[in-house]
Each structure stands twice: as structure tokens, then as C-alpha cells.
Design a protein around this ligand. Sequence first.
Ligand SMILES: [Zn+2]
Length: 221
Amino acid sequence: MKDSLNALMTEVIAVASERRCAYLMLKDDPFFGRLPSGSDQEAIQFAFAAGEAAAQKVITQHGRSPEGIACSLQVRVTRTDAAISAGKAVLFSEYSDRPPAVTIYTRSVEEANRLIRDNGLAEALGLDDVTPVHLAHELYHHLEAKKLTEGTSGYRIPTLSWGPIRLRTGLPSLGEIAADRFALVVLGLQVPPRAIQFITIHYHNQEYAWQLLEELKRFPA
Ligand SMILES: [Zn+2]
């Protein structure tokens, strides 16, 4: 029973606060090791605020439907059934800025939707289709790319200081954290996007999904 998807998701939903999910993204950041100790909470808060501000603005101007928002912002949405799995990662969606377009990978999305349906998870998750979650997430990347929102690039950490020379860098994971906050607010999600992805992780690697859950529990709630 320990291995069942339902057992996993019951635990994930109970412990996967938005902050813990954010830690999961932050610790994968290539510059995580450079983040001054003690500033992880501050970095996550910065990203939450960026996602929140963008969401409130978009809701006021364009409403809450990701398809409608894409249309208003002139972002083309295409669907492809091309099998995309880059290494171990399953790709759901992708944003490209020239011209502005979001690609939805229907195989990944339909696989997640089928697992939700077959395991009766819709009620616990508050959704039966993950497409809007991924589309909303990518639309945040559009807002950042086109500077339609303040975004997360203002958060910078020192990478090198050599006499008077100080180099600083942004943290790419903050854009991901902000994009998930954006999706959560625009769609009024019950469960953070990163937590929903445990369904797919479990399908492809049960052992890793349980490991990741243990990791999640160790972050501050
Ligand atoms: Zn993203």
C-alpha cells in the first residue's frame, strides 16, 4: 500500500506547503551554494511577492482564464504530442519569446490527467486537468521576458568580490517560484503546482517520489 499513488499524494498534499515547494526549487538552483546563509527565506519571499504582484495585475486586466490571458497578451498557445523527455525530466510546457508562444506537451499533460482520473485524485487536488496550471506558469515567464511585470531579476547575490570589483548574479529558480505563485493565485489552486507534479514523478519513479517527499518534509513549513 505504501507504494500506491493515493498514499503518496495524501501525504504530499498534507505537507507540501507553498514554501516547502519553493525550497525544492531553490535548492536545485545552480547558484544556491552562493546564496548568503540565512537569506533563503528572503529570496523565496521576494519570488512570492513578484508572482503575487503579476497575478493581481493580470487578474484585474485580463481575468483568470489562462487561455484568455494568453489571447489578450498575444501569446500563441500550441499543443504537440511530440514525446519530450529531456534526460530524466518530463516536460509539460515551454515558453519561447520570439515570437511569444507556449507549447503544451499533451502526452505529459494527458498522462497526469489520466492518473488523476484513475486514482480518484480530482477532489483532493481541486482539479482534473493540469493544462491550465502549466499554461499559467508559462504566461508568467512571458510577463518577465517582456518586462510586463517587475519580476525576480532584481534579487541578486554576490558571486565574486575582488577588491573594489563585485560581481552579482540573479537566481533562475526565483522565476520558477514566482511562476508557480502566479499560477496558484490566478487559478485559485488548492495545492501548489510543484506538489501536483508528484503524480508524474511517482508514475516514472516511485522510489524517487517517496524520497522527494522525505526531502520536502525537512524544509521549514
Ligand atoms: Zn518555468
